[in-house]
Design a protein around this ligand. Structure first.
Ligand code: AMP
Length: 293
């Protein structure tokens, strides 16, 4: 492995493997800026609140390495659990879920944070550990995991890392389903129905655009917005759950900075709809930015 010249930047893409085009898009984006891209593949046990989910998580290291060879990266980090967490208990295969020590200021109060207790502590813990090992100048994260992206940015500020966090857009299959390693776990029938999630998010966007325009002209602006949010959420949930295989775990319309649910459309300039849907044994998450004008 060649030395990295001191005037060159190191870009970092942390992943849990089972790589798809979404992951590779982060690498490609990083390569636009630097030839020195490091990718890590590590299925982090501390961010899984559900041990069955951890066990089931797809692992395809050989195929991943082949894909990374094809796109061209500087180095791939494949650490063991013991290397990342020296206090790993071999017998019980458990890791002491350490407190990350970072106050998340409520960013984990809703969404994934509310439904996967301890998840973001685990994410902060592993990302900071990986940052300490790789020492990158910049790191790329996907908007697909929007709450994670916001929390990582927050962590970088709190822990004073001199690392730029670069956000990369969600890559989707041609039918709109957000690419995810977990998509491989869907049955044919579940996979066929899954594009409804993105369709529902797009419908929320167009409905709110319309509601916003109407509310602008209305005297009861704030109230109207409140009704619209409730109505549009009900509409989207109904659309998705029309298929009995799909159950919406949460659907939120949040301020894109604070991640707190909004009540009125004019409350924030940066709106995001975020969703988790349970399909059989699989949980799918997605989100979109809501442009209201
Ligand atoms: P994961 O392996 O799921 O932990 O994801 C590793 C990185 O890839 C995270 O920054 C994710 O947000 C990003 N990522 C996963 N899926 C996608 C996608 N469909 N589009 C863009 N980025 C993604």
């Amino acid at each position: 492995m060649s030395e990295i010249p001191t005037d060159k930047e190191v870009g970092f893409v942390p992943t849990m493997g089972a790589l798809h085009q979404g992951h590779l898009s982060l690498v490609e984006r990083g390569r636009e800026r630097s030839d020195y891209i490091v990718v890590s593949i590590f299925v982090n046990p501390t961010q899984f609140n559900d041990k069955k989910d951890l066990k089931r998580y797809p692992r395809t290291p050989e195929r991943d390495l082949q894909k990374l060879k094809e796109v061209g990266v500087y180095a791939v980090l494949l650490p063991t659990v013991e290397e990342i967490y020296p206090n790993y208990h071999k017998e019980s295969s458990e890791v002491e879920a350490g407190e990350s020590g970072v106050n998340l200021n409520g960013l984990d109060r809703y969404g994934e944070g509310a439904h996967r207790p301890g998840h973001f502590d685990g994410v902060v813990e592993v990302v900071s550990r990986l940052f300490d090992i790789v020492k990158p100048n910049f790191a790329l994260f996907g908007e697909k995991d929007y709450q994670q992206l916001v929390i990582v940015r927050h962590m970088v500020k709190k822990l004073n890392y001199n690392i730029e966090i670069v956000a990369s857009p969600t890559i989707r299959e041609s039918d709109g389903l957000a690419m995810s390693s977990r998509n491989a776990l869907l049955s044919r029938e579940e996979r066929e129905g899954a594009p409804v999630i993105y369709e529902a998010l797009k419908e929320i966007e167009s409905y709110l655009k319309m509601a916003h325009a109407t509310a602008e002209k209305s005297h009861k602006r704030a109230d109207k917005g409140k009704e619209s949010i409730k109505a549009v959420k009900e509409m989207a949930i109904k659309k998705i759950e029309a298929n009995p295989l799909f159950k919406v775990e949460y659907l939120l319309i949040v301020d894109g900075n604070t991640l707190l649910p909004i009540e009125h459309l004019n409350e924030s300039d940066l709106l995001r709809a975020t969703i988790a849907v349970v399909v059989g044994k699989v949980r799918l998450i997605d989100n979109i930015e809501l442009k209201t004008n």
